[in-house]
Every structure is written in C-alpha cells, then in structure tokens.
Design a binder for this molecule. Structure first.
Ligand code: ATP
Ligand code: MG
Length: 282
C-alpha cells in the first residue's frame, strides 16, 4: 500500500480492467489496521488542507467516477470527510439540466473548479460525457470521440493555473455491485438510494468497462493522472484513496505563508494599549 502509485494509469498505457482485480487488498494488514491508518491519514490530510488554504496559491481537484454502487459517496464520507468544509466543496453531476444542456459539456464543470486554496470534489464529472453519453448514444461518435482531446486541454489549462488534479475510478466487480444492490433492497436505511435505472444499467456493464478503458487510456496524463482503485473492499478503497491524496498533498511542499504585516509594529501597538489600560485600572 505504501506504493499506491502503482494504481496510477501511466500516460499512454491502456489498462485492461478485466485484468485488474477489484477485490485486491495487497500489502494491507487488514480492516482494523486500515481503519486506524485511514484515521491518522485523515488528520494529516486536514493539516495539509489547512496549509493549502493558508497558502492560497494552488488548489486540488478530485474527480470520482464509478458505476452505480461503486462507492463514490462512501469515499467522500470516509476519506474526504476529514477535510474542513471551509475550503472544500463537493459537486455532484447528474443528468444535465436545461441550462447545462444548452452549453458545451465543460461549461458546468468549469464553473465548479476549485478557487485557489480550495479543494473541489467532483462526484461524477466531465467524464460522464465520454461514458454514459457514449454508452447510451446520447451524442454521435463523431462528437464524443473528440471530447478526450477537449478534456485533456481543459485539464491542462487548470493545471497551468495551479490546480492539481487526481482522478479515481472505483473499480468494483459485477458480483459486488449485485451484492450492494441486494443490501440496499434489504436495508430500509438504504432503500431510498435505489433507482429504476441502476439495475437496467447492468446490461451495459461491458460497454461501460470499454468506455472507461478508453477514457483512462486517452486522459491519464502526468498532470492529471487517473487511478484505478480496487474497490470491492470498502476499507481497502478508502485506504488507497487516502494514501494517494496524502502523498500528493505532501508532494506539494505546502508552506504557511509569511505574515503580511509588521508583527513587531503590531506587538508594540498592543503593548502600548495594554499598558495604557493597566495604567487606568491601577
Ligand atoms: P447515487 O449513489 O446516489 O445513486 P449517483 O451519482 O448515481 O449517486 P444519480 O442521481 O443516481 O446519482 O445519477 C446521476 C445520473 O446522472 C447517472 O446515471 C449519470 O450517468 C447521469 N449523468 C451524469 N452526467 C451526465 C451527463 N453529462 N449526461 C448524461 N447523464 C449524466
Ligand atoms: Mg445512482
């Protein structure tokens, strides 16, 4: 797990999802220890986020993609939940509304990219426009096939403006998805999550795998890498995502900015005021 960058899709390579085991939990000692480690990592992530916010120069964009029940919500809760809400925003992208559909596909995501100092989490993202849009033929091939280049340009623009980008594909097996759907059916606390489309979408499983492979292949770049996270075990998924976030943020060498004021002058002023006050009270 210390080498979690092995889940990174090397630029230009083409991962075969069928060859990547979604149930992998290599190198991790077990659920209980993983939880303790995630907790410790979470606390450090919070500190690093504070530095990012204080530095106010760079930002972080985390894109989460998965098939239904793939664990996007859980990852946000258990890993990104450590971040301070002041300085961290989550955006969920659903079927484009009328305003969004009337514009280019990047419009709605671009306006939700993080400000300097901020972390933005995309629950689904602009990648839907080369995934669901492709699988369901919402636009012709001539349109979606040009989007990879547009996405790469867009992400480069963000990167050149100080935004660090991490993209996670939470890779689950078809069997695990079914187990999770069953759990939702049986658990009254989860039944609200069930949608008509979820089960229907399973028919397109192979098409989605192919669409994901193409997106990973075309759009994993040095400045905006894709990671394929084995996600059948929720604890392992959380551990892997938290370690990658940690290593990325540590790598930024974030520093508190120097004070913007003359501290000595301000101290002298306070001292004078305090001395005056003490004098009056005596
Ligand atoms: P949950 O875990 O709660 O089900 P979710 O992310 O699946 O979360 P939903 O509201 O169930 O949220 O689904 C959002 C739907 O919107 C998905 O089916 C997704 O494919 C679809 N969607 C997202 N972006 C686009 C897009 N650009 N074009 C068409 N459909 C999209
Ligand atoms: Mg859904």
């Amino acid at each position: 797990m210390d080498d979690c960058h092995r889940y990174r899709v090397e630029p230009g390579s083409r991962p075969r999802l069928a060859d990547l085991d979604p149930a992998e939990h290599e190198g991790a000692t077990g659920k209980r220890e993983a939880k303790a480690r995630i907790e410790a990592t979470g606390r450090r992530l919070r500190e690093l986020q504070y530095l990012l916010y204080a530095e106010n120069r760079r930002s972080l964009l985390v894109c989460l993609q998965a098939l239904d029940a793939g664990g996007k919500d859980g990852t946000i809760r258990h890993v990104l939940g450590y971040m301070n809400p002041q300085g961290c925003r989550v955006h969920a992208f659903r079927v484009p509304n009328e305003e969004e559909a009337a514009r280019d596909f990047l419009w709605r995501v671009h306006r939700r990219t993080p400000r300097r100092g901020e972390v933005a989490i995309f629950n689904r993202s602009h990648y839907e426009d080369v995934l669901v849009a492709r699988v369901h033929g919402l636009v012709p091939k001539a349109v979606w096939s040009r989007r990879y280049a547009a996405i790469n340009e867009f992400e480069r623009l963000l990167h050149e403006n100080g935004t660090h980008i991490l993209k996670f594909f939470l890779h689950i097996s078809k069997e695990e998805q079914l187990r999770r759907f069953r759990k939702r059916l049986e658990d009254p606390g989860r039944q609200w999550k069930i949608s008509e489309a979820d089960y229907e979408e399973r028919r397109y499983w192979d098409d989605y795998q192919l669409a994901y492979e193409d997106a990973l292949h075309h759009c994993s770049t040095a400045h905006a890498p894709w990671y394929v996270i084995p996600a059948d075990h929720k604890w392992y998924r959380n551990l892997a995502v938290s370690q990658i976030l940690l290593q990325t943020l540590e790598g930024l060498q974030l520093q508190l900015p120097p004070p913007r004021v003359d501290l000595e002058a301000i101290r002298r002023r306070y001292h004078r005021e305090l001395a005056d006050k003490d004098g009056r009270e005596d």
